[in-house]
Design a protein around this ligand. Structure first.
Ligand code: COA
Length: 203
């Protein structure tokens, strides 16, 4: 049995961070997304290789279908904009977490021309906040290949911690080629993690 349906419509778009703006992906983002998703270096630690333009279009169509209310495999596909230009993409994929709740799995990609300046960390922090504030998930998780230290740092800075290791090819749709670390933060851990005495407010 699945938990009650997720409503991505509850999220007020765009979601802004200090330098970025996040919004749901659209079909006309195809070229802009391909500009980074088509690069070999971007795919090194992703479970799929570089995407051609048609594959990007298929992925956007699938994301849009999965974002509709009641879809059995809910997923929110987003683009990351800086100064109005698409510089990356992100996703929140939901899986049942027991009979009553959802676990959210995060993904993010930044164009290599802008890597190393903290943008992915801003985005990951915003995605965690979005998941707990608007999607009411029980836990936020991410799978990261073991050698991918940069993404592990992003998750650690966003408040997740390493909770498990999965051998390559053990499960998942992505047919991983390397061992994975699982990172996670629960709603209670996240609420308690803000500096000071007051904890985090969800908005
Ligand atoms: C991984 C990725 C998202 C990082 O984006 P970014 O905007 O450069 O990330 P940030 O600048 O917020 O943080 C990167 C952190 O990794 C660290 N880092 C970068 N390269 C590293 C390396 N080779 N080894 C160890 N740490 C590294 C940085 O120093 C920084 O940590 P710090 O703040 O403690 O110094 C980006 O490179 C990317 O999109 N890669 C391709 C897609 C991808 O792999 N997505 C993640 C799938 S799990």
């Amino acid at each position: 049995m699945s938990p009650s349906a997720v409503d991505f419509g509850a999220v007020p778009w765009p979601v802004r961070t200090r330098r970025t703006s996040l919004r749901p992906v659209r079909p006309d983002d195809r070229e802009a997304v391909h500009a980074h998703r088509g690069l070999d270096e971007v795919a090194t630690y992703l479970s799929r290789g570089p995407l051609d333009l048609d594959e990007v279009a298929e992925r956007i169509a699938s994301d849009l279908a999965r974002a509709r209310p009641g879809h059995p495999e809910p997923l929110l596909g987003l683009v990351i904009e800086v100064d109005g230009a698409v510089v990356g993409d992100a996703m929140v994929r939901l899986e049942p977490d027991g009979p009553d709740g959802w676990a959210a799995f995060l993904g993010y990609t930044i164009h290599p021309g802008l890597a190393g300046s903290g943008l992915a960390t801003e985005v990951a922090e915003a995605l965690v906040r979005l998941c707990f504030a608007y999607l009411d998930v029980a836990v936020v998780k991410a799978d990261v290949f073991v050698p991918h230290r940069a993404s592990q740092r992003v998750l650690e800075k966003a408040g997740l911690r390493r909770v498990a290791e999965k051998p390559a090819g053990s499960d998942g749709d992505g047919h991983p080629r390397m061992d994975d670390y699982v990172y996670a933060v629960t709603a209670a851990e996240w609420a308690a993690s803000a500096p000071g005495d007051g904890g985090r407010s969800p908005g």
